[in-house]
Ligand binder design. Structure first.
Ligand code: 5GP
Length: 168
């Protein structure tokens, strides 16, 4: 196991406190990238201060089939809330090559949010193929394929309460 539940939750509380400080007085639109970010997003938004003005939305993109990146990013589900004039915080499970978020942030900027930042639970900086850097990162991890806490392998293992390396 790479990250146990207590370690994950403690770090998410820290991220929530940091985001609460940074977005004080702003209109925050938290956008989860389906499906991998759902478990992280549920914990993250519950760790935001109750005084924050927060809305939630989701997008879905497809870039992976099994364990290999196809390099092609398709939008499967678009925003329902207008981000215009709001501070958009995109919540992702993991940044690997950075291709998904480079493409997705470009697409979302066209909706004219007041600002756009990314919060990722996990980051594999060794794998980057673009200069993309998330503003908020839970954990930097080595170049291994991980599952659990929302992350899947062919739609399985998302329910695991920890993050572990998949051995096949
Ligand atoms: P990127 O475009 O940065 O290469 O990949 C981002 C997406 O690839 C993530 O949202 C996730 O769906 C998938 N991904 C990248 N690395 C892993 C991994 O180690 N485990 C799992 N389950 N998905 C990964």
């Amino acid at each position: 196991m790479l990250l146990d539940e207590a370690t994950l939750r403690a770090r998410i509380l820290e991220l929530g406190a940091e985001i609460t400080r940074d977005y004080k007085g702003k209109k925050l639109l938290v956008v989860g990238v389906l499906k991998g970010s759902t478990i992280f997003m549920a914990d993250l938004v519950r760790s935001l201060g109750p005084e924050l003005d927060v809305q939630l939305d989701f997008v879905a993109v497809s870039s992976y089939a099994g364990k290999a990146s196809t390099g092609t990013v398709r939008t499967l589900l678009d925003l329902r809330e207008s981000p215009e004039g709001k501070d958009l915080l995109l919540v992702e499970d993991i940044v690997d090559t950075g291709l998904t978020l480079t493409s997705l942030t470009e697409t979302l900027r066209a909706h004219r949010p007041a600002s756009l930042e990314v919060c990722t639970l996990l980051d594999k900086p060794e794998c980057r193929k673009t200069p993309f850097q998330p503003k908020y990162t839970g954990f930097k991890i080595p170049n291994e394929f991980v599952v659990g806490f929302g992350l899947d392998y062919d739609e399985r293992y998302r329910q695991l309460p920890c993050v572990g390396v998949l051995r096949t």
